[in-house]
Design a binder for this molecule. Structure first.
Ligand code: HEM
Length: 341
């Protein structure tokens, strides 16, 4: 897929007041960490990719955790999708990326419908609903709009909900995003790569799979009844990694006949086979966050032999969208980049 106009339109639709074209238009606030990844003993039976092979030395990884919103001002305590982008350093001149977020599904099935969604969900003025409006929402089997946070004047919720009312495909993601909350720590959330990828086993068998990271520390959100704290997630990670390590399991869910492989708005049934592919150990929050966080440019198309992209059209357009955005903000192009497609 090569549609520079659509790519540009999408990125501009993500630009909002309070954001900056010199930063990422979404996932603007983040923190970089470093660590290692070790493949599980069974991983090699499912995928020939280098990071899933047994190795005497664990692979170095660079991780960037982020708040999903496109605001330059930090609001860690607000309900929001969070991101976890991981770069596996396969050798001196090769790497592969896995980008994930706390929603298990996406808002739209194609780039065009995502553009419509992004335009509809641009932040609008928000007000506190009266108790009577909230009762009416419940009677209509609708979730009442959350009260705006202190100082919050605009938000995407109203536009996103209106869009989801008219477009059923957006409903699972919009509903989950509206109740997602704020994690007590970036290492107390689970993250989903959402799209389907195709992994090749040593005997040549292809499997259609989805990846997710599960925190060993467990999932925990802040108490939504307490006033939100604006800034705590970076400091929390620094403190945790100064005191020890934090871990995530990389899980791979295997799709079956009838599952949707090319539509990121469709969740697979929960009883699909899952394989533990490896363990990520976070060790440090480097002091130089410009190099280890802000300048990084991840791309879901930085793949490696043994893993390829599905035909998902949203995954396809992300290749150019991320390149465009990275160039615009002056991100450092990935030195290992051999993105295909
Ligand atoms: C058409 C769909 C999508 C569009 C247009 C889009 C757009 C973008 C853009 C423009 C950036 C900034 C890139 C940069 O400047 O380096 C970004 C970052 C990010 N996106 Fe997406 N995105 C899409 C889908 C997704 C999905 C499905 C996920 C989760 C699986 C995701 C997770 C993230 C994360 C975690 C980051 C931050 C990466 C970092 O830390 O550098 N996005 N996205």
């Amino acid at each position: 897929m090569d549609d520079p106009k659509l790519v540009e339109d999408i990125v501009h639709a993500l630009d909002i007041e309070g954001g900056s074209t010199e930063r990422r238009p979404v996932h603007t606030i983040g923190v970089g960490a470093t660590g290692v990844f070790e493949a599980s003993p069974v991983a090699k039976n499912y995928c020939t990719a280098a990071h899933f092979q047994p190795s005497k030395k664990p692979l170095d990884v660079a991780v960037r955790f982020s708040n999903g919103m496109g605001l330059v001002e930090e609001h860690d305590g607000w309900s929001d999708v969070r991101g976890m982008a991981v770069r596996f350093k396969l050798s001196d001149d090769r790497a592969t990326d896995l980008i994930s977020m706390t929603l298990p599904v996406f808002f739209a099935p194609t780039p065009d419908t995502f553009l419509q969604f992004a335009l509809a969900a641009r932040p609008k003025e928000c007000h506190r609903e009266t108790p009577w409006q909230k009762i009416c929402d419940f009677l209509k089997l609708q979730l009442p709009m959350p009260d705006p946070y202190p100082g919050q004047e605009t938000r995407p919720n109203e536009g996103a909900t209106e869009f989801a009312d008219k477009h059923a495909y957006a409903q699972p993601a919009v509903l989950q995003a509206s109740i997602i909350g704020a994690p007590v720590s970036y290492v107390r959330a689970s993250y989903h790569a959402v799209h389907t990828f195709i992994v090749t086993a040593p005997d040549g068998t292809d499997r259609w799979v989805r990846f997710n990271w599960q925190p060993i520390a467990g999932v925990l959100n802040t108490n939504p009844l307490e006033p939100p704290v604006d800034i705590y997630l970076k400091e929390d990670l620094e403190k945790r990694l100064a005191a020890g390590i934090e871990r995530f399991s990389l899980m791979m869910t295997i799709g079956e006949t009838g599952d949707d492989f090319d539509d990121p708005t469709k969740q697979w049934p929960p009883h699909r086979k899952r394989v533990m592919m490896g363990l990520l150990t976070l060790k440090e929050v480097p002091e130089d966050q410009q190099t280890h966080c802000e300048d990084l440019s991840f791309n879901p198309w930085l793949l490696t032999d043994g893993i390829r992209a599905s035909e998902d059209p949203v995954l396809k357009i992300r290749k150019q969208v991320y390149e465009f955005s990275s160039n615009r903000r002056g991100g450092i192009p990935c030195p290992f980049s051999r993105t295909e497609g």
